[in-house]
Design a protein around this ligand. Sequence first.
Ligand code: HEM
Length: 191
Amino acid sequence: SSMTTSMTLFELSNNQKLQEKLRREILEVLKKHDNKITYDAVTEMKYLGQAIDETLRIWPSVQTLTRVCTKDYIFKNSDVTVDKGTPLMISVTGLHHDPEYWPDPDRWDPDRFSEENKQNRQLLTFLPFGDGPRNCIGLRFGLLQTKVALITTLTKYRVTLSPKTITPLGRDPATFALRPKNKIYLRFEKI
Ligand code: HEM
């Protein structure tokens, strides 16, 4: 949750217009709910959910899923086979950056997760929490924590990128859990 919060703030620092759009939504919804961060208020913040999903697409915290093949399998229209018992690693980062499913994959664009775009997307091309009976048990809690952290921060501060941050950030290859290669330095200006 903390990594997803940091990466969303990084992307919002690079996109001041979208940061303003998101802040406007947060303030409008909070106003309707007596300025209280309730579960109903958080659920109503659609653009916030889209922004977090888009961050999880570009920066999935768990970069590879692991499975063991349970029956012999032949990929359609190919001679590639996977034998029963083979350990498998699935690159979530690779899938989330495949231009076949995600055109211009390095561009952070929460509109990819609008209701309309979500309906047109191919199944299983977005796997930040895995899938199946062993997917992330903390999915809802993780998303809620991230949303509350972003609401609390963005209502109080305008966030910009410090010149100390070296971009592109890159990815530390030594860990399966996401860690950017370069440190993220942000500036918080009280609103
Ligand atoms: C944004 C936050 C989070 C992300 C992106 C995330 C992502 C993931 C992913 C990709 C998996 C592997 C799923 C699979 O193999 O199909 C996983 C498993 C798991 N996660 Fe999370 N997670 C998050 C937050 C949390 C939180 C807050 C908790 C606990 C409170 C949690 C607990 C677990 C547990 C226990 C598993 C193993 C489930 C199993 O093997 O049955 N996660 N998570």
